[in-house]
Structures are given as structure tokens and as C-alpha cells.
Write a protein that binds this ligand. Structure first.
Ligand code: GAL
Length: 387
């Protein structure tokens, strides 16, 4: 009998009230896991379902760290009541809860007051400053998704606690590398109705770039990517989620250099996840349907600064058109294994966000392109096999 079956047979799916938040778990002692079971409850070493949604991973000195959104139960459980959580693991199957890495606070004046939205945290290590640098999507309390800011926190240790530094719009007063004269001379206002062909053309030409030029570009769904030469990039949904921006970070990873590009203008991409394989850069994104899943998109480039080419849906098989009922958040290169990448997605549960599930699937290369297929259960030996 497999371990997960044993676990689920003993599961008490009741909610356990603890420290003011609901947790999903059981009363049984946790057994060691030796495989991934996408979409099932994933218990940490305290037998509680892992609470690190919209997550990102960092591999540092032999340990993986998983950072994600701490969600709570019921409607409203997507706003931040505690902050961003961290787990650690040495094998990627078994995770220890390291607590809240960056806490939201009880101060109504703070940008990260309880009830704000803190999403999709990503942490990278800066070898020069020896700091762990976290960026995440921040929405200010009571403003829905209007603020569209990215926020910075730093720590000297991977598990934190991280110190909150600031939030910002991105690249204020800087045009993208390939800005056209049409963009630069646009007033930022349009006489057309949204979604008309004329409006779409203006969006492609940079309507929103011009509109947000002084304040800085919007930043919602985001990820980070560190290239082999140590240069880091902040990849984010901008222009009302219509266009992705890729912005180079400064050498300390705590600011923007002003070097940035637009990707797929007007293409409506969210949930970016980037990885590099054999000198090619790959990005998997989703379309924009809120918490509902849609079809993933694959893009490829020879440089982070583009051009990026659309390559279709990387998923294959049943439910491929819904990314297996998930949305991308990160793609992890597995340490010590060649050509081994794990696609990480979220199966959101907006009516009870704490119950959100994790869809981790191996990335396969077919005809030199990444492909994702569904497996009910798999383990890292997958990458040792000839496919
Ligand atoms: C999704 C996005 C999530 C969250 C959600 C809010 O499209 O990927 O991170 O922002 O919208 O509706």
C-alpha cells in the first residue's frame, strides 16, 4: 500500500483551529513521503496541509526553501492575515514548516497591514551581499487590485524573519528598450472603448506604458529569475495584466536598473515562470481568468531581453487545456540532476483558499521543447529514465 493511501485512509479532514487561523491536517503522525501526488493534500512534518500558495523555491546549501502565500479558510482567505510562509526540505517530498518568513502587521499605517494582499513571493540569494532577497506582489488593503505594486523584503537567513523594505511601481520615467516614437509621444489617454480593435492597437503600441510612465509600471503576478552570470530579472504582469514586463535588477537585487522590455503586448499573460535549458530561456504563463484555470502558454527566447516567441500550450493529455486545473507559479531546476525541471502550479480554491492544492509535474523535453503531462504519482527517479 502506498504511503499516500495510508495517509489519506487515516486523514481527519476536519479543520483544526490554531493561532487564530484554520489549518487542514490530521491527528496522525506523518509518515515519510517518497513521491509527489499532484492535487492531493500535501502534509508537512506536523501533518498539516502545506500553506505556501503561489510559491517559489530557493535551493541553498543543500536545502530547498519553499516560500508562499499563507491562506486562511473561507471567503476572504486570500487576503493576508499572517503573511508569507516558508518551509524547508532536503528531498522535495517532505517539508518542515519554518513559520512565517515575512509577517503582515497589526499597524493600519503599514503597507503590509493585515488584510492587504501579499502574493507570489520569490526569494533569491545574493552571493555578494550574502542577503536573501524577497520580492512579492503587494496590493494595499481595501483597494482591491488597484495598487499593482511589487514589494521588497530582505533577510540574512533563508527562513527569515525577513525585514520589509518598501513597495514600488516599476521603471518610473524609463521607456522600455524597444520603445517606439509612437509610444513615447502617446498622451496615455484613449478615445476608444476598451476591447475595440482600435483600443487593442493602442495597447500594443504602448497606451498603458505611456499612462503609467511617471508613476511607474504596474506589477501584479510576478516571478524572479537569476541567470548563470548572476544577473537577476523581475518578470511581472503589467499594463492591467495585458502585457508582461521583464526588468533587470541591480547587482544587489534590491532595485531596478531601468533596462526593461515588454513581452507579448496585449497578450494577457499572468503567472509567469521562467527557466533556462541549454542556453534557451523558457517562460510558461497563463491567460487571465482570475482563480479559474485556463490554458498555459509557452514562450522561448535566446536572451532574457527577448525577443520571446510564442510556442503554444506546453501541456498534453486530458485537461491540458486547463493546465490540469492549475496555474503556473514556478519552475524548479532539480539540484544535482541533469535536464530535470519541475513545473509547479496552484489549484486555487477561492471558496476555501487554505485548501488550495499543489500541482507539481515533471517537465519533459520533446523535439527540444518542454512538455508537461499529468501523472497521478511520480518521484525524482523519473528524471533518471530514458523517455
Ligand atoms: C490570478 C492570479 C493570482 C491572483 C488572482 C486574483 O489570476 O494569478 O495570483 O492574483 O488572480 O484574482
Amino acid at each position: 500500500m502506498c504511503l499516500f493511501k495510508k495517509l489519506s485512509a487515516g486523514l481527519l479532514l476536519g479543520a483544526v483551529l490554531s493561532a487564530g487561523c484554520t489549518m487542514i491536517g490530521n491527528n496522525n503522525s506523518k509518515e515519510i513521503s517518497e513521491s509527489f501526488k499532484p492535487g492531493e493534500l500535501w502534509l508537512d512534518s506536523d501533518s498539516v496541509h502545506i500553506n505556501a500558495h503561489g510559491g517559489g523555491l530557493l535551493y541553498h546549501e543543500g536545502t530547498y526553501y519553499w516560500y508562499g502565500e499563507h491562506k486562511t479558510s473561507g471567503r476572504g482567505g486570500n487576503t493576508s492575515l499572517l503573511g508569507l510562509r516558508c518551509y524547508s526540505s532536503e528531498d522535495l517530498y517532505n517539508w518542515k514548516n519554518e513559520g512565517i518568513a515575512l509577517a503582515s502587521v497589526d499597524d493600519p499605517e503599514s503597507e503590509i497591514t493585515h488584510g492587504c494582499v501579499m502574493e507570489r513571493p520569490k526569494v533569491i540569494y545574493n552571493a555578494t551581499t550574502k542577503q536573501f532577497v524577497m520580492w512579492f506582489h503587494l496590493e494595499l488593503k481595501g483597494q482591491g487590485y488597484a495598487a499593482a505594486r511589487t514589494a521588497l523584503a530582505v533577510s540574512d537567513t533563508p527562513t527569515g524573519p525577513f525585514t520589509y523594505v518598501k513597495s514600488t511601481r516599476v521603471n518610473a520615467n524609463v521607456w522600455p528598450l524597444d520603445a517606439s516614437q509612437v509610444m513615447k509621444s502617446h498622451s496615455g489617454e484613449t478615445k476608444y472603448d476598451w476591447w475595440t480593435p482600435e483600443w487593442r492597437k493602442e495597447v500594443e503600441d504602448g497606451l498603458f506604458v505611456a499612462l503609467n510612465f511617471k508613476e511607474g509600471q504596474m506589477s501584479r503576478d510576478m516571478t524572479l529569475f537569476v541567470d548563470d552570470d548572476g544577473t537577476a530579472y523581475h518578470i511581472h504582469s503589467a499594463e492591467e495584466n495585458l502585457t508582461l514586463h521583464i526588468s533587470e535588477l541591480t547587482p544587489d537585487y534590491k532595485d531596478f536598473t531601468g533596462k526593461w522590455i515588454r513581452v507579448a503586448p496585449g497578450g494577457h499573460n499572468e503567472a509567469p515562470a521562467v527557466f533556462k535549458h541549454q542556453d534557451k530561456y523558457y517562460m510558461i504563463t497563463s491567460g487571465c481568468t482570475g482563480w479559474d484555470p485556463n490554458e498555459a502558454r509557452l514562450m522561448v527566447a535566446d536572451s532574457m531581453m527577448g525577443p520571446w516567441k510564442y510556442m503554444g500550450n506546453p501541456c498534453q493529455g486530458k485537461d491540458a487545456e486547463l493546465t490540469f486545473h492549475s496555474q503556473s507559479t514556478y519552475i524548479l531546476p532539480v539540484a544535482g540532476k541533469k535536464d530535470a525541471f519541475i513545473f509547479m502550479g496552484d489549484r486555487w480554491m477561492p471558496r476555501n483558499p487554505i485548501d488550495g492544492r499543489y500541482i507539481w509535474l515533471p517537465v519533459i523535453f520533446e523535439n527540444n521543447l518542454p512538455v508537461i503531462k499529468w501523472y497521478d504519482q511520480w518521484d525524482l527517479s523519473f528524471f533518471d529514465k530514458e523517455i
